[in-house]
Write a protein that binds this ligand. Structure first.
Ligand code: ZN
Ligand code: ZN
Length: 241
């Protein structure tokens, strides 16, 4: 059974139809057409067993005439042809528990039979799953990374306002406790980990360009060089244009 990421994470009631062999509903498993009489098997006296005398031994076995039924059907049921069992289409509602994982199987009674259902959980374009924990990425600007701030991230249950501390690094994780998937074998929820990605702008306004050059002039811990910034012979940096 195919489930979306969110259905598996939050749980869902899934309806589907199965074809199973079960007690014939038309004859209620008796095998004769409803309203018709069933003949008592005179061969076994209705016991369904016959006694075979083989010299010194007396064997009891299933009556060959009635097949152990004890009665003879003269008007077999039109649905099951007297078998008492028929293929039936059944609508089943499966309460898929929240937190079900890809490949997990559940057992489910359908009529007098049991069926096994294996879940296939689709991938999410937003979330990655690790048990009850979920992971997602959040892109922030350079200024947000340096100065801190807030950003909106898609959560499993709602949109989340994430507080970004000043000086956050790329790939740093922000843990949102209890915002993950319900734990299927215990209590509580997993966590939501937001992986920070810093978006570097490809185009700058001329003002941003001059500001970033000024910023670069004051940078002291640079390995190598910065385009547009040259180091003077005195060790001080100045703009090259
Ligand atoms: Zn029947
Ligand atoms: Zn019989």
């Amino acid at each position: 059974m195919e489930l979306t990421f969110n259905q598996a994470a939050k749980g869902v009631n899934k309806e589907f139809t199965v074809n199973i062999m079960d007690t014939c509903e038309r004859c209620d498993g008796k095998g004769n057409e409803p309203g018709t009489k069933v003949q008592h098997c005179h061969y076994c006296g209705g016991s369904g067993m016959e006694t075979i005398n083989t010299g010194p031994f007396v064997m009891r076995s299933t009556c060959r005439r009635c097949g152990g039924r004890g009665s003879i059907i003269t008007n077999p049921c039109v649905i099951c042809r007297g078998a008492g069992q028929a293929k039936q289409k059944k609508r089943v509602v499966i309460p898929v528990p929240a937190g079900v994982e890809d490949g997990q199987t559940v057992r489910m009674p359908v009529g007098k039979k049991e069926i096994f259902i294996t879940f296939r959980v689709q991938k999410s374009p937003v979330f990655r799953r690790d048990g009850a924990d979920i992971h997602s990425e959040l892109f922030i600007s350079i200024a947000q990374a340096i100065l801190g701030g807030t950003a909106r991230a898609q959560g499993l249950y709602e949109t989340i306002n994430v507080t970004i501390p000043p000086g956050i690094q790329t790939d740093q994780k922000i843990r949102l406790s209890g915002k993950g998937i319900p734990r299927i074998n215990s209590y509580g929820y997993g966590d939501h980990y937001i992986h920070i990605k810093i978006r570097v702008p490809k185009r700058l306004t001329s003002r941003q360009q001059s500001l970033i050059l000024s910023y670069a002039e004051d940078e002291t811990d640079v390995e190598g060089t910065v385009n547009g910034v040259t180091q003077t012979s005195t060790g001080k940096r100045s703009t090259g244009n």
